[in-house]
Structures are given as C-alpha cells and as structure tokens.
Design a protein around this ligand. Structure first.
Ligand SMILES: Cc1ncc(COP(=O)(O)OP(=O)(O)O)c(N)n1
Ligand SMILES: Cc1ncsc1CCOP(=O)(O)O
Ligand SMILES: [Mg+2]
Length: 208
C-alpha cells in the first residue's frame, strides 16, 4: 500500500472549487488509503454528519478514516482512529477512552516529544513541521530535512512527515527514512485532487 496520507481542509478545498466529499472521493479513487478529517470550526453535529459521509466513501475504497482532535466524534461514528497533538487530550486518556483496537496517531515536533512516546501504544507518528506552510498557523518550529532525519533515526514507529510537502520535495522527504507523507494543500488545493494524488503516489513509488 502506498503511504500517502490526506489531511482534509474544507476551506482550502472550497477555494479550489471542491466540496470535501469530492476531494476525499477523488483522492481515494486515485489510491490514497489514509484520510484524516480535520475541522477546526464545525459544530459537533456538522462534524459528525460530515464524518459519516466520509466514512461511506473511505469504506467503499478500503481506506482508513482518522478523526483529528475529537475523540468523541471518532467514537460516535466508529472511525478507524484519532489523531492528536501535544495540546490535545493526553495520550493515555485517549487510549483508555478509545480502547486498544483503534488507531491513535500522535504529532511530535521535536526529539524530546519523541522520547515521551516510548512507553505508549502509539500506532503512528505525525512528524511536524517539515517545511513552512500556510495551512496551519500555530505550527512549531521548522524541522527541515535534517531535523526529520534525526527524529526518524530514533524511532521504529510508522511515521508520516507533514508540513509544506508537495511534488517538488516529496522524494527528498522520503529519503529521510520516514514511512510516508501527509499533505493538505497538495491535494485539497489543487484543480484536480485525483491527478494531484496520482502524481504524489507515483513519486512515492519511485526508487529512493
Ligand atoms: C498526520 C498528522 N500529523 C500532524 C498533525 C498535526 O496535529 P496537531 O499538532 O494536533 O495539530 P492540528 O492538526 O490539530 O492543528 C496532523 N493533524 N496530522
Ligand atoms: C496539520 C498540520 N500539522 C503540521 S503542518 C500541518 C498542515 C500541513 O498542510 P500543508 O500540507 O498544506 O502544508
Ligand atoms: Mg490537534
């Protein structure tokens, strides 16, 4: 399975003329198998409704649906898992609420945060922020390829790099030893989310 991970953004999708379900369906049709529903402004009711709509799409394609931040929403729609960061609910609380079988992705921004994960049952890491990005305002400092390499060398957990990743830099990112890459604007913000996803998957399939 290719290791391209789509993190969604309704506003960026709309600016490019797409609804979010369209973006997710096109990405899945192109072969993306990790989808994260990330919404910062939606009401709980709208979040659940959108989550259920996306779940139908992801199930159709055999893709995973991960919910950003909201453990309650993930439980309510029986998603495949949740993604949390350093300012979200503490990891051990999330694990006890969501149970041993659901996936938990954890963002780390530096080596100290990686060390803290040692005794936890983390399913994958999101390593942020690799390059400057306009998509998220409250990012931690930029790791660059060097910082990413240092973190990858210290963990055997599956890890997705995120932040400013696009076709022109995806291969340099993969050479850092990361398992996969997560993108927002490189799919949501493109004229054709299908073609953009195909191109990224093609680049991921090339020898390093
Ligand atoms: C795959 C992936 N990696 C990192 C993040 C960032 O999570 P977090 O630090 O909690 O920030 P927000 O996304 O909640 O703004 C992510 N969402 N996905
Ligand atoms: C959610 C998130 N976490 C760290 S950077 C980021 C946004 C990445 O967006 P883009 O792929 O458009 O740079
Ligand atoms: Mg978060």
């Amino acid at each position: 399975m290719n290791q391209l991970y789509l993190v969604t953004d309704s506003a960026i999708s709309q600016q490019a003329g797409h609804s979010l379900p369209f973006v997710v369906a096109e990405a899945c049709r192109a072969g993306v198998r990790w989808i994260q529903l990330r919404e910062k402004q939606l009401s709980t009711r709208a979040f659940i409704e959108l989550g259920l709509e996306l779940k139908q799409i992801t199930q159709h394609y055999g893709a995973k649906l991960i919910i950003n931040d909201r453990i309650d929403v993930a439980l309510a729609i029986d998603a495949d898992g949740v993604h949390i960061g350093q300012d979200d609910m503490p990891f051990t609380m999330v694990r006890s609420l969501i149970g041993p079988d659901k996936l938990i992705g954890l963002s780390i921004n530096n080596e100290a945060e990686l060390q803290a994960t040692r005794h936890w049952h983390v399913d994958y890491l999101g390593i942020a922020t690799i390059f400057p990005t306009g998509t998220k305002q409250d990012t931690a400092s930029i790791l660059g390829i060097d910082g990413l390499q240092r973190i990858c060398a210290q963990t055997r957990l599956p890890a997705f790099a995120i932040g400013g990743i696009k076709a022109s830099n995806i291969q340099a990112v993969m050479q850092s030893g990361v398992t996969g890459v997560a993108v927002v604007s490189a799919i949501c913000g493109q004229p054709s989310p299908y073609e953009a996803s195909r191109e990224l998957i093609h680049l991921l399939s090339q020898p390093l």
